[in-house]
Design a protein around this ligand. Structure first.
Ligand SMILES: [Zn+2]
Length: 195
């Protein structure tokens, strides 16, 4: 089984048989090839937008494995198994301090001939379907999956500082995001006046 290590995911991929930004998915599966790589979080454009710069997270690591499943009486199936491990620097929604949140992805994708086939199979298929390409951008998939797996409301297991106030609790996050009721400020004034 051929094994390829691709350690500088964001550099020019021309030195590998399996450029992760332009992957021939079917050939990758047929050869049962493997590809892995890592890159600092700030080099992933969309991930760095969502992160807190003051934390210095370790590099994001990913690993992909191709597989051609042979089924008698049916066309061969092209599969790609993907694992990603990242630590996303986010903002704790309880104490509002930075929090390094582990994000792990372990998913398998089946590639089908075209969009129409994917649509037709979508209801019955248990697996995730993608459209076959000879220039598939694996790094984009890695980034997509990390974004999907990133918690919307991250928080520390144990916050490092005392809670500033109850509204920072994630349970109240929706309420806090609402524009204040016009009378809320008025009510506040009343309280102050009566003191
Ligand atoms: Zn916290």
């Amino acid at each position: 089984m051929p094994q390829f290590s691709y350690t500088a995911a964001m550099d020019s991929p021309n030195d590998t048989q399996w450029p992760p930004e332009q992957l021939d998915v079917k050939a990758f599966a047929r050869d049962a090839a493997q590809l892995s790589g890592q890159a600092p979080l700030q080099e992933w454009e969309r991930l760095s937008e969502a992160s807190q710069p003051e934390l210095s997270p370790p590099a994001l690591k990913w690993h992909a494995q191709g597989e051609l499943q042979v089924h008698t009486g049916a066309p061969d199936q092209v599969w790609l198994h993907l694992q990603v491990h990242a630590q996303m620097p986010l903002t704790c929604q309880r104490c509002l301090n930075p929090v390094l949140t582990p994000v792990d992805v372990d998913r398998s994708f089946r590639f089908v001939a075209d969009e129409a086939t994917a649509m037709a199979l979508d209801d019955e298929a248990q697996e995730d379907l993608l459209v076959l390409s000879r220039t598939f951008n694996l790094l984009e998939l890695v980034e997509d999956e990390v974004i999907l797996a990133t918690p919307l409301v991250p928080f520390h297991d144990v916050c490092p500082t005392p809670l500033p106030m109850a509204v920072a609790d994630p349970l109240f996050a929706d309420e806090a995001a609402q524009p204040a009721h016009p009378f809320a400020a008025l009510a506040g004034l009343k309280v102050v006046k009566s003191q």
